[in-house]
Design a protein around this ligand. Structure first.
Ligand SMILES: [Zn+2]
Length: 337
């Protein structure tokens, strides 16, 4: 899309040049993930450089047989964009979302209600602005690639543009603003995704969400550096019907080893996991390859085609498709075989 810069003027492009070879998914994997949604992508337009734009990605999804994707921005609501992309590329079910960071007023019920009326599908709790992310001193493993938003957060802080961290719980449990937001998510049958909260916070939030009647809950990439939700806590969360989100980029960027990633899925159960890519960074593989690359990895590490199908097609559609059954089956044995 962009002109080449032989002098290396474009930092994203020079990073791409450093990593020119990406793995290519197998035909078997492509077939296996047919009809799935990628419920977590970061594409242009955005406030940081992205690998591909939303319209172009929608066309590529149609070409490879994927159903659609959820547009995630850490900063702005995306439901209006999603509606336009659906009109331009009718075969792709592109869905909008909102992330409750400072740029939309944090845990702001007005923002959630408006996003819902605009057709947003997913509400992420705070990511870059949550207390856990701001206070986390967890070190990424050596060689891990830092997230792209970290640079923006540093730039804002250097300019003195930094809202206070957004707490979701206090000594008395979930804060009222969180409860107000959960009520709206339940009322509109939206997907709650837990953002970058800590394991302890997520347990309180998921309990409150279940009480409020939220039917579709995703624990956002529990292996992320600032989160590292212990596997026992993941199992407890799964008992509330929450799906653990396993993003391609978390192990690909070195935040967790692939071995540990697979081990967590094994111990919590594929039926309680949903695969997504979290792709869109210019230096990472094409976004439309993310789910199939994950599928190849799981197949090569002892998981069955049924399990991969559950984690990609079945569980992503439970989140994305409004009239699909939302409750997560607790009858796990059938899928785990
Ligand atoms: Zn993300």
């Amino acid at each position: 899309m962009t002109d080449s810069h032989p002098t290396g003027g474009d930092p994203a492009e020079s990073r791409t040049t450093e990593h020119p070879v990406h793995p290519v998914p197998s035909t078997r994997a492509r077939e296996l993930v047919r009809g799935a949604y990628d419920t977590h992508v970061h594409v242009a337009p955005d406030v940081m450089q992205r690998r591909v734009g939303d319209i172009e990605l929608a066309q590529r999804f149609v070409d490879v047989g994927l159903a659609g994707f959820v547009l995630k921005s850490h900063y702005v609501p995306t439901a209006e964009r999603a509606e336009n992309v659906r009109k331009v590329v009718p075969g792709a079910d592109v869905l909008g979302a909102i992330t409750l960071n400072a740029s939309v007023g944090g845990l702001n019920p007005v923002a959630v209600e408006i996003a819902a009326r605009q057709g947003a599908r997913v509400v992420w709790l705070p990511t870059v602005d949550c207390t856990n992310q701001r206070e986390s001193r967890a070190q990424a493993p050596a060689g891990a690639v830092p997230p792209m938003w970290a640079q923006i957060q540093d730039d804002l802080a250097a300019r003195g543009i930094m809202a206070p961290a957004i707490p979701v719980v206090d000594d008395n449990g979930p804060v009222q603003a969180l409860r107000d937001v959960l009520d709206l998510i339940a009322e509109h049958d939206l997907v709650l995704a837990t953002g970058h909260l800590s394991g302890a916070e997520i347990l309180q939030v998921v309990r409150a969400a279940a009480e409020a009647g939220v039917r579709r809950i995703v624990v956002t990439h529990p292996e992320f550096t600032s989160q590292r939700v212990p596997v026992d806590a993941q199992r407890e969360l799964a008992e509330y019907g929450a799906l653990m989100e396993r993003c391609f980029t978390t192990p690909h960027s070195g935040k967790v080893t692939w071995e540990q990633f697979y081990e967590h899925v094994r111990r919590v159960g594929p039926e309680h996991s949903v695969l997504s890519s979290d792709l869109g960074q210019p230096f990472n593989p094409p976004v439309e390859d993310g789910l199939a690359l994950l599928a190849d990895g799981f197949l090569a590490n002892g998981f069955s085609e049924d399990e991969v199908h559950t984690m990609t097609v079945v569980n992503s559609r439970r989140l994305a498709v409004v009239d699909a059954p939302a409750e997560i089956s607790v009858d796990a044995g059938r899928v785990r075989a």
